[in-house]
Each structure stands twice: as C-alpha cells, then as structure tokens.
Ligand binder design. Structure first.
Ligand code: UD1
Ligand code: CA
Length: 476
C-alpha cells in the first residue's frame, strides 16, 4: 500500500455501535457495561477514541440505552465530545450508523467501532485512518483459522486482489465460507461518502437487516477504492459475546500487561496470577508475589516487595517498603502513601488518606484511615488509627483505638513524637497526647495530656485472697 500523509484525512469523528442486545451474556446489565480490567467495555473504546483525538464520539445506544447513557455520562474519558444516538428498534449495523448521521459533519473521516471490542489500540486505529486517507473506504481485517460467523472479505482474484464485498456468514456461498480473511467490524471512511452509501442500503439478506458491510459493494460500484488494513493482533479485534469470552479476553489482556511489566524489569512470581485494573508504575527491582490485584493508579518505588494476595488501589509505595501478604490498601480519592522502608502487614488495612512516613510499621489487623504517621511510628497489632496525627517513633499498643466519631462529627487525635500508648487504650478525640508521654494500658483518655507525663485512666485492681472458684456438682 502506498504511503499517504496522515494530514489528508482531516478531523476524525467516531461512531461506536452499542445498541445490540448481548443475549449470550445472559445478564440484566447491558453487555457494553460489563467490565474488562475493571472498566466497562465501552469505556475502553471511548478512552481510545479520546486518545486518537476524535472530534465527536457518538455512541449508538438501544438495548439498555438509558442505563448505558447514564453510566457513560461521567468519567468516560471523552468529556463533552461524547454524544448519544438512539437506535430503536435495532435493524442492523447499517441502520445503527444511520442513526448517528445527523451528528456527523461532512468534512470528517468517520471511524466506526464496536462497544464490545474493548482492546482496539490507538496505533492500529491511526493506521486504519491513514489507510482511508480522506478518500477511501478502509476496512480492518484479520485472518482467522476458524472464520465461522464473521463477514468474509471478498476480493477480485484471490488474496492480493481488490476488495469488492463483505459477505456475511449467513449469506455466504460454500466457496465464500472458505475465505479466512474476515471483517473485524471496524472501518474508516470519509463522512460524505458514508452518508451517501448509508442512504442506499437495503435489508434484502438472510437476516433481514441493514448491513453496514453492504457499503463495500456500493463503494466498488462507485469506483471508490476499498482498502483492507490487515492486523495480526487478534486481541485487538476480539469481541465479547459471552461470559467465557469475557474471562478469556481478561486473562489474555492481563498476561499482556504482565509481560509488559516484566519487560521493564518487574519480577512477577507468576504472570498468570497478576491483575492490573488501572495503571502500575514501577521503579527498578520491584517484586510482586502471586494473586495481587492493582487498581486505579499505583506507584511502586525501587526495591518494593509485595507479598501474595494483596489488593492495592490508588497508592504510592516508596522505595524499599515491604507489603506483607493479605494486605488491603484502598486509597480512593485521597490516596495512600507508604514511606520508604516501611513494613506493612500481613493482614493490614490502609484506607483513604493514610500517609505513612519512612520506616513506619503497620502490623496485622491494624486499620489506618485519614491519618499521618511520621517516621518510625509503629502500630504492630490489632489497632485503629482514624483521623490521627502521629509523631515520630510513636509506639501504639495492641488493641488501642482512636475514638474519632461522636455519633455526629469526626474529631482529630494528635499523638506527639515519642509517645508510648499501651495496649487496649481508647483515645477519645479531640485529644492531644503530649510529646514523650506514656499512656498506661487499658486507659480511656478524654483530656489532653502534658508532654512527658504518664497517664493512667483505669480502675485499680482489687484482689480477693484464696478465692475458690465454683465447682462442678458430682454426678448422682
Ligand atoms: C458484524 C459484521 C461482520 C463482522 C463482525 C465482527 C455486519 C452486518 N456484520 O457482524 O461482517 O465480521 O461484526 O464482529 O456489520 N449493533 C447495533 N445495532 C444493531 C446491530 C448491531 O448497535 O442493529 C452493534 C452491536 O451491539 C455490536 C456491533 O453492532 O456492538 C456488531 O454487531 P454484531 O451483531 O455483533 O455483528 P455481527 O452481526 O456479528
Ligand atoms: Ca448480528
């Protein structure tokens, strides 16, 4: 294929077909809202449309239209460029694109995508648009060993010939069914040409549908060149029709992400037991054990080690920190930071706004929320720190909690540097424990304490000498 400069094509407007029923998902949720790598299938496609710089992105909705439109109206990655065109009833892919026509300016190239083909890549689409070059009909095709069910690419004389038609499987002759080159469902075409052809479609075929693929015949009849951009990457054109296909594509995509991280030097104990549902940025010598899930935006500094079975979302883990197995870190919007060389877990829980300095230790069954812990602070067992400011080298005993909520409002607890909080203490916020102070085990503290003081707030032990415990009655 001769090289045509990309600036020939002008603005790109994207139409995403998403009106189909998705019967084989057997789900109440519209198919395009099912999730791959933590995001709706359709959101993958709108995100890619945004990255290629689409001017308009029109989603054709039908089945579950209201739900799809509501789900996509915020955080779709496209912002104001996203528009919806309803297709009711659904009379085929040609009919679907017809519904978008009023929203498509004459001067653009229209890129047709499917809401259930989530992994189509930016570079592949750029190549397809370049093949259209503002004047041709460009089809994305691929060769399949088993082309059953797909539209076949019909060429004049064999494999290298000109494309003259796409014939749907149900309409194909035995000879045409032997063709292994299939239409992926994605095309790039100048808007003005597309509109003319759409107006000429009919539904005289095996399914009684208006086939978008019939525009190929019309282009050939009009003498407009039809070009095929053949891709070799089956993952990028894979469509989702069933839970099994969704799971298979998820694993294939996760493996690809795992391989990309390993190529950067990340050491994964098992690339088949790794899940990334967002972005993971890693510095050198990061080790990740089996069955970890990363969500949102996660950063792992140099030499960070993540133990088995951790779930980590929206967090920054600084160099040399170790996250022991079964730790749950959920940063949500506020984020979580784990400082350099900190030791977290096993079985620790860090919630939004946990900001841990260097060499902090958080042990098993310790929950930290919206709290700052300065360098060297330790809470090693069974504790809660919520809405707290914890100074350097503080030791926070087993079973101690900050009572941060009075039933209506949340209050802060301040624990200054070098404080030692014994076991099983309740710090009733708002309260400040002065620097270097000590809180005796079992104390409930609802008044601020002076620096250096020992504070004990518990009943004195009472002993009864030679106490006889009740005895079991002998059997009669
Ligand atoms: C279509 C192509 C076929 C291609 C295959 C690739 C046509 C006629 N055939 O087949 O050549 O090999 O995709 O997967 O285009 N949709 C609507 N409205 C409708 C019908 C479909 O929005 O009225 C949407 C679906 O939700 C889906 C996409 O269009 O996202 C493709 O529809 P689907 O039924 O999967 O296409 P096929 O008939 O399998
Ligand atoms: Ca169909």
């Amino acid at each position: 294929m001769n090289q045509i400069p990309q600036d020939n094509q002008g603005p790109v407007d994207v139409v995403i077909m998403a009106a189909g029923k998705g019967t084989r998902m057997k789900s109440r949720l519209p198919k395009v809202l099912h999730r791959l790598a933590g995001r709706a299938l359709l959101a993958h496609v709108t995100g890619t449309a945004a990255r290629i710089g689409a001017r308009h992105v029109v989603v054709v909705t039908g089945h579950g239209a209201a739900e799809v439109e509501a789900a996509m109206s915020s955080g779709n990655g496209v912002g104001a460029a996203l528009q919806f065109a309803r297709q009711e009833p659904q009379l085929g892919t040609g009919h679907a694109v017809q519904q978008a026509v009023p929203l498509l300016p004459e001067d653009g190239t229209v890129l047709v995508l499917s809401g259930d083909v989530p992994l189509i890549g930016e570079e592949t689409l750029r190549a397809l648009i370049a093949a259209s070059a503002g004047q041709r009909l460009a089809l994305m095709t691929i060769e399949f060993d088993d082309p059953t069910g797909y539209g076949r690419i019909v060429r004049t004389e064999g494999r290298e010939g000109e494309v003259t038609a796409i014939v749907e499987h149900k309409d194909a002759t035995e000879a045409q069914r032997e063709i292994c080159e299939i239409y992926s469902g994605m095309m790039a075409v100048p808007a003005a040409l597309l509109k003319g052809w759409l107006a000429r479609l009919d539904n005289r075929n095996a399914q009684g549908e208006y086939y978008l693929t019939d525009i190929v015949k019309l282009a050939a009849a009009d003498g407009v060149p039809v070009v095929a951009h053949v891709t070799a990457d089956a993952l990028q054109v894979a469509g989702i029709n069933s839970p099994a296909q969704l799971a298979a594509l998820e694993r294939a995509w996760q493996l690809r992400q795992a391989e990309a991280l390993m190529a950067q030097g990340v050491r994964l104990a098992d690339p088949a037991r790794f899940d990334l549902r967002g972005t993971l940025a890693c510095e050198a010598d990061v080790e990740i054990d089996v069955n970890c899930v990363f969500e949102g935006a996660v950063f792992l500094g140099e030499g960070v080690r993540i133990g088995a079975n951790c779930v980590i979302a929206n967090a920054r883990i600084e160099a040399g920190a170790v996250i022991h197995p079964f730790t749950h870190i959920e940063g949500e919007k506020a984020g979580v930071t784990v400082g350099e060389r900190s030791l977290i877990g096993p079985f620790a829980r860090l919630r939004p706004g946990a900001q841990l300095g260097a060499e902090v230790h958080i042990g098993n069954f310790v929950e930290v929320k919206n709290s700052t812990l300065a360098e060297g602070a330790k809470a090693n067992h069974l504790a809660y720190l919520g809405d707290a400011t914890v100074g350097q080298r503080v030791n926070y005993g087993a079973g101690s909690i900050t009572a941060n909520y009075d039933g209506a409002n949340k209050h802060r607890t301040v624990i200054e540097d070098d404080v030692h909080v014994g076991s099983n203490c309740v710090l009733v916020a708002p309260v400040t424990i002065g620097a270097g102070g000590t809180i005796g085990g079992g104390s409930t503290v609802n008044k601020s304490t002076e620096p250096g003081a020992l504070t004990v707030a518990r009943s004195k032990p009472v002993s009864f000498p030679n106490w006889k415990r009740p005895q079991k009655k002998p059997k009669a």
